[in-house]
Design a protein around this ligand. Sequence first.
Ligand code: DGJ
Length: 732
Amino acid sequence: MPLTHLRAAGTSLLLDLLEDRLPVVRHWGADLGDLSGEALTDVTTASRTALDGNAQWMANDLPILPLTSLGWSARPAVAVVREDGSGTSPHLSRVTHEVTAEEGPAGSVQVVRSSGTDEADAITLATEIRLEPGGLVRVRASVTDERPSSDAATPFGGHGNLLVTELTPYLPVPDAADELLDMAGHHVYERQLVRSAFTAGTHLRESWEGRPGHDAATWLAAGRTGFGFRTGTVHAVHPAWSGNTRYAALNPMQGRRLLGAGEALLPGEVVLGPGESYETPWIAFSWGEGLDAVSHRSHDYLRSLPAHPSTPRPVILNTWEAVYFNHDLDKLKALADAAARVGIERFVLDDGWFGSRRDDTSGLGDWQVSKEMWPDGLEPIASYVRGLGMEFGLWFEPEMLNLDSELARHHPEWVLSDGGTGTPEHRQQRVLDLNAPGALDYLLEEMSGLVERVGIDYIKWDHNSPAVGVSHMVEPDPRRRGRRGASAVHEQTLALYELMDALRERHPGLEIESCAGGGGRIDMGVLEHTQRVWTSDSIDAHDRQDIQRGTVLLIPPEVMGTHVGTARAHTTLRDLDVSFRAGTAIWGHMGVEWDLTSADDATLDLLASIIALHKEHRDLLHSGRTVHADTAVDDALRIEGVVAADGSEALYELAAIGQTVAWPAAPQPLPGLDPSRSYRIELATPAYPELNRPAGWMAGGVTLPGAYVSTVGIGLPGLHPDHLVLVRATAV
Ligand code: DGJ
């Protein structure tokens, strides 16, 4: 059979579907044009380098799950073993492939399903490859124990259940890709871009916190040294999973360079009995000319999900940094008044409204409204907020509990533990076993009851503690895989998704934000169940410039929470102007997290004007293409924006987050405009106060060809560190 050529949105995926192996990816990347007839036959001949040769030459003919039985001798992509030690090298004698097209919300999806069985060891391996309409490739793999019963030996004579510790699909990247880029960071400084050489061996990034974590790699990308936002061919991988994850770039110095990802499993976490399967999460593979193009494919895909919000994103007021645990009805009403005055549309009451939770040492898990803080319940604040025309949101941390709580006293067996002294505590809290019989129902009923009674439009869903050393202390609900004593993260992640879905099913229209002490749980998996992520607990606009730049490479702006904080940032003690703080927050799902009752009228007016500007441009910001200029020569500059999908308009920020080396800085291109159109270029806000005599194009605007603006660029205002101006481009 000749190669199968899938094409979508400038992407070609060329698959060799052979009878003795899972799909071999001959090409993933730039569109190869129409390949049919003889051309395809010749391409097929040319690409099969050594199929009948010596195993050591077979490295270029390895399938998407490279197997040792085919000669793979680098990091295992499939690590399985029966309890008696057999079955570690599956050998698929006959593989079947099915090529179909399915209608998805954004158009036709091309699908290849393949499956093969190792008859001797009674193991089936399968893959599913989907080419989405926007050119994103999604892959998942599965393994099945084919024994008919638990006492049956395999034909080889093997015994026992099948332990799975790794199942990682890989796709090849161009051999010229000699540089890697991924992300790293920590709480209050997530998603910083890190480059390293794609040298011989394995580059491995893993998270073992029961969530992607604040240091999540987010994308593992490969390209030729120096690739940027706008230039260089880049290939990248991301696992759509909110539990433990693995990213790997392999350069085995034998055949092709590979990128792969999967779930990170602890031994014993997934054990298959007869007829049972383990399926990986979806692994997303994106490519493009520059990182912006990589992100556009993931944005397109995420925007097509049923869970993706379809209504204008309401500007939020979150109470956390305004009042912390000091819940006082009069104060919160005054805050709501100030919020309404500046144009806020959703008011979110954060931590501290329930049980004995007056600080972070107790009460977590007791999802009953505190009589001490809220003698008349939450209805008075919720109805006050609604009376001002705003929606009402509430904070929960469903998967956690303090040991000092009624919940932990009544159900000590619901606390995940290492079985000895218990898991290490983080913020005085432990992880609740969502799969312990009754636990998920408890959460569903308590949360659902509050949503109903109080009229909650939005849940901020937090997850502050890493889940490490977490095993079930009780036999899990029989509907679940897992055993007492075994590691719980895999099933915990599935139960999390189930709980989120159950709540949204009961309360259509309810929105959920994924928060994990800031940006510790941001991934494509959680976005199948939620409508927003909390990007970082740092709302220092200086650091936010880069935290948001990294985050938006994976997710579209409308689901990225971006707040305006106080003048002096609580996490860094940096002092910044409101114009820079708010100008940085307009680029996502905007919000405010600041005690507005202490702000003067002039400050509130300025804030209100920037919120109004955000609303004026909200449709563009939440549907367009995100673009970033490559300003690496002068790394203090940030020139980025959003361009309408049809090229009709754009909004940019010209920002400095430090001293530019050159003064004045050279003219800078505004990326992404349609080269064949002309644009009116003008300031979108009055220039910041220090720039009291705007000159040149800033004085009254100019009309320029798109090709000129995106290639030659425009002169910059004299940007001081931590200042920005907003620029509008409108096609004329
Ligand atoms: C961590 C979150 O990221 C904060 O925004 C806030 O909700 C606190 N938890 C509350 O405890």
